[in-house]
Design a protein. Structure first.
Length: 228
């Protein structure tokens, strides 16, 4: 897959050397000398028009990297972890990337995307600033299958909902899963029947809701620091 943009490409080059296929440069001097020397056999220089074509008009900032396709994790592996995030029918790669970045930074062990069959992993890698490359992530279309499997190994499942119990009064199980619904529809009806407890973020001023990625960061931080 092709990723582009200085920050995400530098992260990939520094941390995922074995996955790098080709480094495309459209702006001389974009790479630090040590990385240029390390990848000199894989570097190809491009004219701006070809860089624009490869990035489909995106802001490539003078560098693109061809990297091995993203390798998904699996539910069996994530069932052995302590803190799992479940995305229920989220499709916007900008929001998903921001969630992945916060989840990785704040200690989530893995992410399961449900209600979708495919996602643009190159876009999510870019919008997560490369965090996706370090985060176990798997797509499982049926959320009920996921929730049933997690409950079989004693996960307690929490759902984000404006009418849920305020975070400040919650304690969370050491094996916990957080379900985030789409911004438009929230958590799907079929998933709600499997959720043990709905939780909410207290608002200081009346407002409809937070962006799902901002809400995710707050919920993840709280759930990482208020374990029973």
């Amino acid at each position: 897959m092709i990723i582009y943009g200085k920050q995400v490409c530098l992260h990939a080059l520094q941390e995922h050397e074995s996955a790098i296929k080709t480094v495309y440069i459209a702006k001389r001097g974009i790479l630090p000398q040590n990385l240029f020397d390390n990848y000199k056999d894989k570097i190809k220089f491009l004219e701006e028009k070809w860089a624009q074509s490869m990035s489909k008009g995106g802001n490539h900032q003078g560098i693109l990297v061809e990297i091995e396709s993203f390798e998904q994790s699996d539910v069996a592996t994530l069932k052995k972890e302590s803190f799992v995030l479940i995305l229920d029918t989220l499709t916007d790669t900008g929001n998903i990337g921001a969630i992945v970045r916060s989840a990785y930074a704040l200690g989530v062990d893995g992410i399961i995307a449900t209600g979708v069959k495919t996602l643009n992993f190159a876009s999510i890698t870019r919008t997560s600033s490369g965090a996706l490359l370090d985060m176990p992530f798997v797509i499982v279309p049926n959320i009920l299958d996921v929730l049933n499997e997690l409950k079989q190994v004693d996960f307690e499942v929490y759902g984000a909902d404006m009418n849920g119990t305020p975070l400040s009064s919650c304690e969370f199980s050491s094996k916990r899963a957080l379900v985030l619904g789409s911004e438009g529809e929230g958590i799907s009806k079929r998933a709600k029947s499997k959720i043990d407890k709905m939780v909410s973020i207290e608002m200081k001023h009346e407002f409809d809701s937070l962006n799902v990625s901002a809400a995710a960061a707050i919920l993840i931080h709280r759930m990482g620091n208020a374990v029973k």
